[in-house]
Design a protein around this ligand. Sequence first.
Ligand SMILES: Cc1ncc(COP(=O)(O)O)c(C=O)c1O
Length: 475
Amino acid sequence: MTADTAGTAGAPAASAKGFDLTRLLAERGAERYDLHARHLNHQLPRMLHTIGFDKVYERAEGAYFWDADGQDYLDMLAGFGVMGVGRHHPVVRKALHDVLDASLADLTRFDCQPLPGLLAEKLLSYAPHLDRVFFGNSGTEAVETALKFARYATGRPRVLYCDHAFHGLTTGSLSVNGESGFRDGFAPLLPDTAVPLGDLAALERELARGDVAAFVIEPIQGKGVHEAPPGYLRAAQELLHRHKALLIADEVQTGVGRTGDFFAYQHEAGVEPDLVCVAKALSGGYVPVGATLGKDWIFKKVYSSMDRVLVHSASFGANAQAMAAGLAVLSVLEDEQVVANARRTGDLLRTRLAALTGKYELLHDVRGRGLMIGIEFGKPSSLGLRSRWAMLQAARKGLFAQMVVAPLLQKHRILTQVSGDHLEVIKLIPPLIIGEREVDRFVDAFTAVMDDAHGGGGLLWDFGRTLVKQAVANR
Ligand SMILES: Cc1ncc(COP(=O)(O)O)c(C=O)c1O
């Protein structure tokens, strides 16, 4: 270190020659796709080039991005759900500036900072039957925590989950993943068993074996946007408790207002999960965060003595930035009545989309709650469309949904996603702050794409044929 960069022992001076983020992005930003292809998961840029999603977005705010030409894009994906209050919400942003400027003595690890306690207190106010929180850094870590806590608290090894479930991709969470595409090749996983969503008899059969620690469930499944039948969660909870097993609600995607309630399990009276997993939208899309909320007795068992104080912990867990962002998000949620907006705007969007099912034979179902909406396509009835549909299905299931997602972005500048591999379902999980303007824009664009698809000709089906060729080549 030279004299001019040393500064004082407490605060190094900024170097004129050193790191300059703005300059770095200006000089090398254009290399983004090449860098990714060379040094990261090379299939991502490949896939983006294939479907024409290889855009260069320059700026984002609220529910929109802008490209270099200043064109706006409506975001109906919210960063896989993390941008619940919209991108760069000023209140969250200010909280992060404030927390950095405060130069807190964060992560000393041998003190108790105020922000984690305050965020835990606030989070628990939305789930009054729960008592304690563990903070980690992602959704999958929130699930891992719940699985570990459930196994330790019950002394049992096995976890149950639903067919098609998604709870994250680290090894424990993968053990409760309901899709073979994710699991294959990663065995052995934890002792686990899948049960069909909504099938209480199957759940009871597994519980009767006496070795089940917990049943983990998304109140609305992210893959395909499927919801358990009314009464299922409550009945499952009763069965679990009768067999001394725990109910884990994975609210990583559905939580923090997404479905029009703070937690999706609250839609059904009397459901009080033993453990609740939260992440994604909690920190406003800026800082990774995960939280596992649970009952006092479970935490007391896991942390049963001073010797066990670090038996489950995370180096970055409860860091000040994540906690400050979380507190700011929850404040925004209340001050701007974001959850009520998600319910109201979600109802409007779903109703307007559902009204189109009578008009378009390829559109089979519109479902979901709040601003978590699934649009399902299916076999058409007319002869001409049936042969086109069959051509896609023969190559790979899910291509029609991909055929819809592509023009939504290319022609209408709206970002959406297919809701899972081999599914003919598009999932909408926009920022919870969208309103009528965005509903109009989406419904108009979707209607135009459906008109094209049902017209049977033109660019849309040409693109379908390209997808078929690629799917065949990829086999
Ligand atoms: C229901 C659910 N649980 C867990 C996860 C994993 O979260 P993360 O990607 O933050 O690890 C996800 C991610 O999509 C999810 O939807």
